[in-house]
Ligand binder design. Structure first.
Ligand code: NAP
Length: 274
């Protein structure tokens, strides 16, 4: 029985099993199954190396294992190497493990338009910010700016990827939030102005971007997306990005065209958005 899964710690919240199992069912790929693989960091390498022999064809990788996934792979794509992280592993019959990063092309696919010529501001300096900055640079954004709460990390990212760190969020065409701010639903977290403040922004400023993307997915809207939508700014949410990166991983493992709409519906069914 071909098996797929998502490695993370914690991983209970992941919507990837719902997304992938819906695609497998839609394509009548009987016997295939995608499951959660909760693995703590100290067991990551041994567990991951055992997955191929146990019948796994591939695995997605999420927090906190994306760097470790790249480090243990036998081969890696140029994108994964330059970004410094992998979110997709493929287990070959000969025991070799290949690493890919579909977070980067997934962001571009979810955007639904080319960022060519756009000035883009990335908030954050963690793994997903690296993937976003790399993808926007590769796709021809006219300038990629990076702001982070801890400026030294933004500077390190900027010098690694040839983009520019900024001391405060600046005006741009495209804003991409790659921080964890907004993970909690509004009623359980900071108020909207407080959450925006954690991103170095105020409400009116959000209205000045042409497009706003929030990688965070939480029940309902995030504070950033709520502020953007209230001012008529087109938005892309974290579930669209999750589905887009998952669809690319699915195609890589199965060779089948991913049923994007089915996957999108499965992602949203979990929070009652459809
Ligand atoms: P990460 O490597 O842990 O980075 C976290 C980032 O968030 C850092 O830049 C950190 O700033 C910042 N941050 C955390 N708390 C903050 C706060 N209170 N105020 C301001 N900044 C704060 O995480 P990651 O892997 O890049 O993921 C970031 C977010 O994107 C997560 O919510 C994750 O779930 C989401 N994500 C979504 C997708 C998707 O497909 N939709 C894919 C990947 C990630 P410091 O450097 O100052 O600590």
């Amino acid at each position: 029985m071909p098996r797929l899964g998502v490695l993370g710690w914690p991983v209970a919240h992941s919507r990837s099993p719902a997304i992938h199992n819906a695609a497998l069912a839609h394509l009548a790929m009987e016997g295939w199954r995608y499951q959660r693989l909760p693995v703590p960091p100290e067991l990551f390498e041994a567990t991951t190396r055992a997955l191929g022999p146990a019948g796994f064809l591939g695995a997605n990788v999420t927090i906190p294992h994306k760097h470790a996934a790249l480090a243990l792979a036998d081969t890696a794509s140029e994108a994964a190497l330059e970004i410094g992280a992998a979110n997709t592993l493929t287990f070959a019959a000969d025991g070799k493990i290949a690493a890919e990063n579909t977070d980067a092309p997934g962001l571009i696919a979810a955007l639904g338009r080319s960022p060519r010529g756009m000035r883009a501001l990335v908030l954050g300096a963690g793994g997903s910010a690296r993937a976003a900055a790399w993808a926007l640079r590769e796709e021809g954004a006219s300038e990629v700016l990076v702001w982070n709460r801890t400026p030294e990390r933004a500077q390190a990212l900027a010098s690694d990827l040839g983009v520019r760190a900024v001391a405060a969020p600046e005006a741009a065409d495209l804003l991409v939030n790659c921080t964890a701010v907004g993970l909690e639903p509004l009623e359980r977290s900071a108020t909207e102005p407080e959450a925006l403040n954690q991103l170095g922004l105020v409400f009116d400023q959000v209205g000045e971007y042409s497009y706003v993307v929030d990688l965070v997915y939480s029940e309902g809207s995030t504070p950033l997306l709520a502020a953007a939508r209230a001012q008529g700014v087109p938005t892309v949410d974290g579930l669209d990005v999750l589905v887009a990166q998952g669809a690319l991983s699915f195609e890589l493992w199965t060779g089948r065209e991913p049923p994007i709409e089915v996957m999108r519906r499965a992602a949203r069914e979990q929070d009652g958005s459809v």
